[in-house]
Design a protein around this ligand. Structure first.
Ligand code: BEZ
Length: 387
């Protein structure tokens, strides 16, 4: 190499070095869009706690860059969703979007994230479309699709010999899709959903529908409710005298983060979920200890999903050494990764949804105790994803 070429390369490197240094010195701003009020407020807190716990365990840095936060309370209100995402993107200039709990709000977030090419991690909302028809190279989910736990429960209830089931849920994407996933498996196995009952979200006036269930006399009931609504539903179901006569089943959200308030009315309920109490792995034990120490309470499925959202961000950021412009490399690292979750290790499907075991759990005291694996390494079909 000629002297002049060496000199030019030297100059170029000297010019680049401050740039690289400047980048590693700047912080990555994570936009947390979660509910801090309303029926899903506790779920938002658990997700945020889990996320921040993982980041704190890494010394506050991922991919060599310090993490800082901007936050909005999305109120689980789809009508305010686009304005709220834009607050994070335009007012706060966040680099990454993390959120949210409610499927209708998350779907709006996913759309804006896709249109703007912003990295987006969904730490709860299960709307099938997020990793289905709306899938994107920069969209990832650390939680589940509504189809997953519902489909697994359809198989469980069919295997128990139930023939006629009534479903009851909130009328919005998460409820509709939970019932659809349940029905797909249950009817494939010979059962029949005889009635689909709904209340508008976040309404908790269940009484007329409980009267209708009593009159219909199905073999069992399948339900999706979560947060404060799930607490009220389980209590009302027992108070109506139905718990003894018509067995109640649900996706795990029915009894997650709710048992303290549901008390004896939840005892014995069977649910399906990608997390359970009593897994007993070293990974889960360490997570539970750290969470209890940091927040003086037990973690639930939402805390795990928040923790894993941060882990997924770390995997991507480590692969690109903190350089978020390298989106293809970021995605490739996650597509190849085995994520070491407290729930058990999982990988991501082609459409970026966890491929994971779905546990069958039973409420014993204040715990959703694992009683088996209902569906091993269940992958959401990712319908409509053309990525
Ligand atoms: C949802 O809207 O996707 C959802 C909300 C709470 C728990 C699970 C799913």
């Amino acid at each position: 190499m000629k002297k002049i070429q060496i000199a030019l390369i030297g100059t170029a490197l000297a010019l680049c070095a401050p740039l690289a240094l400047a980048q590693s010195a700047t912080k990555i701003k994570v936009g947390l869009m979660l509910p801090a009020s309303g029926t899903y407020a506790a779920l938002g807190t658990a997700i945020e706690n889990g996320f921040k716990l993982y980041v704190a365990e890494q010394g506050g840095k991922l991919g060599g860059r310090e993490i800082e936060y901007a936050r909005v309370d999305d109120e689980s209100d789809p009508a305010k969703a686009v304005d709220n995402v834009n607050k994070l993107l335009k007012r706060d200039n966040v680099d990454v979007l993390v959120g949210t709990v409610h499927s209708g709000v998350a779907t709006a977030m996913a759309k804006v994230a896709k249109e703007t090419g912003t990295l987006f991690i969904d730490p709860n909302a299960g709307a099938d479309a997020i990793t289905g028809s709306m899938c994107a190279p920069t969209t990832f989910r650390s939680s589940f699709s509504m189809w997953q736990s519902a489909y697994a429960m359809g198989e469980v209830m069919a295997a128990k010999g139930y023939k006629n089931v009534v479903t009851i849920t909130w009328k919005y994407a998460a409820g509709d899709e939970s019932v659809r996933g349940f029905k797909e498996a249950f009817e494939k196995a010979g059962g029949k959903v005889v009635k689909e009952l709904n209340v508008p979200f976040p309404n908790v006036e269940f009484q007329p529908l409980l009267t209708e269930i009593a009159a219909t006399k199905p073999d069992a009931v399948y339900t999706f409710f979560a947060g404060a609504g799930a607490i009220k539903f389980v209590k009302d179901y027992a108070a109506a005298g139905l718990k003894k006569s018509i067995p109640l089943y649900g996706s795990g959200f029915l009894t997650d983060g709710t048992l303290e308030a549901q008390g004896a009315d939840a005892e014995g309920l069977l649910t399906t979920s990608h997390y359970a109490d009593g897994l007993g792995s070293a990974r889960d034990n360490a997570f539970r200890q750290a969470y209890a120490k940091a927040y003086k309470m037990e973690p639930d499925v939402y805390a795990v999903q928040g923790y894993d959202a941060a882990q997924m961000l770390a995997i991507g950021l480590n692969a690109v050494k903190g350089d978020l412009t390298k989106k293809a490399e970021f995605a490739m690292a996650l597509e190849k990764a085995k994520i070491d979750s407290p729930r058990g290790p999982f990988t991501l499907s082609r459409s970026h949804n966890p491929v994971q075991d779905i546990y069958l759990r039973q409420v014993v005291g204040k715990q959703n105790k694992i009683i088996g694996v209902a569906s091993k390494a269940l992958a959401d079909p990712g319908r409509g994803c053309t990525m």
